[in-house]
Design a protein around this ligand. Structure first.
Ligand code: NAP
Length: 326
């Protein structure tokens, strides 16, 4: 069994990676502040703050068989990690995003599609997210090209999701009654369970899978995904009430995420983000569970947070929804 370093490990995907690696018998070190939570049982936390210069210096003399970095939006973090640790590491996974592509409307594209121009500045402006991921990927390839797995993740869903996006639907459907849904059943939709990506990352490290992949589930439609969620966790008597996209726009309902939004709904300008060709990742071992299983895991997480909680990062409030139905 190997020795793994997870840069992160206290939240969502990186925590799932650490837990999976422990379950598969590896020795796992997580490097994070510990501010977002604890590491999974069996993993060791080394406290580091990646905003501090030389943050990873305490790990420089250690030897790891595989490193997984989830640096979300910092070229500086991604570059300084490979500079400090990649030379001695046989397998390096960097978690990127399908937001790297120049044309988010392109349907059915793959990893060779044109990318955004890289950005290396430090900013919290989410407009820069994809461009910073491009620069971060380049830094990883420069330092560890033949040992690097670049995982361009699609919409991660399920257990411990911090974004409140996918979970809105199992939550809403489980409460029954009349639920507003976008009248866009044919819109592309594509999700992936966080545990499936974590499992693939760990197996890829073990089997030395390298290269750049779009990592998401099979292509589907919004209508089919909402149907699967409703069948899995919908309350008896749930009525899905389609509202035309134009009416949603007029009512200032946001697509995709954020307050007063309908998650998974996308304008045509971004429909390609949930219509990637993920066959290469599937051929390289990414196995995706049914949407129904992800819906049940997401509902369990939503229940733990409180189904009726007022503070959500995404979705409609009951008042928003009543206004639309009225
Ligand atoms: N969510 C999606 O649908 C989606 C889609 C595509 C791609 N992605 C990518 O998938 C990855 C998700 O990673 P994730 O789920 O683990 O969540 P994340 O929010 O990207 O990463 C969180 C980890 O980073 C650590 N961290 C934050 N600030 C830190 C600091 N100053 N110093 C050291 N560690 C720090 C956190 O630990 P502490 O706070 O405890 O320090 C935590 O363990 C990201 O790369 C994201 O861009 C996500």
């Amino acid at each position: 069994m190997g020795r793994w370093l997870v840069l992160g490990g206290t939240l969502f995907l990186s925590k799932a990676v650490a837990a999976t690696a422990v379950a598969r018998g590896h020795e796992v070190v997580c490097a994070a502040r510990g501010a977002s939570g604890g590491t999974p049982a069996g993993a060791k936390l080394v406290a580091v703050d990646r905003n501090e210069p030389g943050a990873l210096d305490p790990l420089r003399d250690e030897r790891f068989d595989a490193v997984v970095d989830v640096a979300r939006m910092s070229y500086g973090w991604a570059r300084s990690a490979v500079e400090a640790l990649a030379a001695n590491t046989p397998h390096w996974t960097f978690v990127s995003s399908i937001s790297v592509y120049a044309d988010p409307s392109a349907i059915g594209g793959g990893p060779d599609d044109e990318l955004l121009a890289p950005r290396t500045d430090e900013t919290t402006d989410m407009e820069a997210y994809g461009a910073i991921k491009v620069a971060s990927e380049n830094a990883v390839r420069d330092a560890a090209g033949d040992r690097a797995l670049i995982v361009r993740a699609g919409l991660l869903c399920g257990q411990d999701d911090v974004s409140d996006r996918f979970g809105y639907w199992p939550n809403r459907f489980s409460r029954g009654g009349r639920a507003v849904v976008p009248d866009a059943p044919g819109q592309p939709a594509q999700i992936v369970d966080v545990l499936d990506v974590a499992d693939w990352i760990v197996r890829s490290g073990e089997e030395h899978v390298v290269g750049t992949f779009d990592a998401s589930g099979p292509r589907s439609t919004l209508g089919a995904v909402l149907e699967e969620i409703a069948e899995a966790v919908g309350a008896p008597g749930l009525e899905r009430v389609p509202v035309a996209p134009d009416a949603l726009v007029t009512a200032e309902v946001q697509p995709w995420s954020g307050p007063r939004s309908l998650p998974l709904w996308l304008p045509d300008s971004h429909a390609g983000m949930t219509a990637r060709d993920t066959s290469a990742a599937a051929a390289a071992g990414l196995r995706c569970r049914p949407v129904a299983d992800t819906a049940r895991a997401a509902l369990e997480h939503e229940r733990a947070l409180g189904l009726g909680r007022r503070e959500r990062r995404a979705g409609l409030t009951p008042e928003d929804e009543a206004g639309l139905l009225g």
